[in-house]
Design a protein around this ligand. Structure first.
Ligand SMILES: Cc1cc2nc3c(=O)[nH]c(=O)nc-3n(C[C@H](O)[C@H](O)[C@H](O)COP(=O)(O)O)c2cc1C
Length: 194
């Protein structure tokens, strides 16, 4: 079974990122994926303290909901992240999760491990912002860096600018359809690998 993990990065549950991710996961499920959705806002997380204890051990010393995320990152075939732009960056809750993956970075870049056992893993991002398109630039760079660190290849990205109010994405002519297609495309890419 192709394992698809969706990270919903907005603290506004039922908002634009949430709807986009639901559409993408529906597409992934239709294509045959087994999907798991994580609402980052609901996780109990600490921020990275840069204590460097992960540098040799490859594990984080904190015990919190990141234990579930680490397990999912090891197991997944497809990762889909949806996020709003906050001050041209990633919302704090999601950034905390990403920073806590420094131990995975250490496993890969210090211990030479292949995350996910070396199988081809693919990812997609769904980004939404209230203002102009340039605000996505640093966000995209953050996700590219994150995906490289966890051995997921970023294959698809969709950005929706000028979408501000809660659920305004519903007025976009193609956003949910596009997101659904992204989900099914990523699962089909993994199928080709098998
Ligand atoms: C704290 C905060 C910062 C924001 N910063 C930006 C920004 O820099 N650029 C932008 O285009 N939109 C910005 N927005 C608007 C959100 O990206 C926009 O409302 C988006 O639709 C929220 O998506 P959601 O419903 O998934 O949370 C900001 C919103 C908040 C609450």
């Amino acid at each position: 079974m192709i394992k698809v993990v969706g990270l919903m990065g907005s603290p506004r549950i039922g908002g634009n990122s949430d709807m986009l991710l639901d559409a993408a996961l529906a597409g992934a499920m239709e294509a045959g994926g087994s999907v798991e959705k994580i609402i980052v806002e609901k996780l109990d997380l600490h921020g990275c303290r840069e204590c460097d204890s992960c540098m040799n051990a490859g594990t984080c010393k904190f015990r919190d909901d990141m234990e579930l995320i680490y397990k999912l990152i090891d197991e997944l075939d497809v990762m889909i992240i949806s996020s709003p732009v906050f001050f041209s960056g990633v919302p704090g809750q999601l950034k905390m999760l990403i920073d806590r993956c420094q131990c995975i970075w250490a496993r890969k870049f210090i211990n030479g491990e292949k995350i996910g056992g070396g199988k081809k893993r693919v990812g997609g991002i769904l980004l939404v912002g209230g203002r102009e398109r340039t605000h996505f630039d640093s966000l995209i760079l953050t996700f590219k860096t994150f995906f490289i660190s966890i051995d997921v290849e970023l294959m698809s990205q969709l950005t929706f600018a000028s979408i501000d109010k809660k659920a305004a994405i519903l007025d976009h002519p193609s956003a949910l359809k596009d997101a659904k297609e992204l989900g099914s495309k990523l699962v089909n890419l993994v199928k080709k690998r098998e």
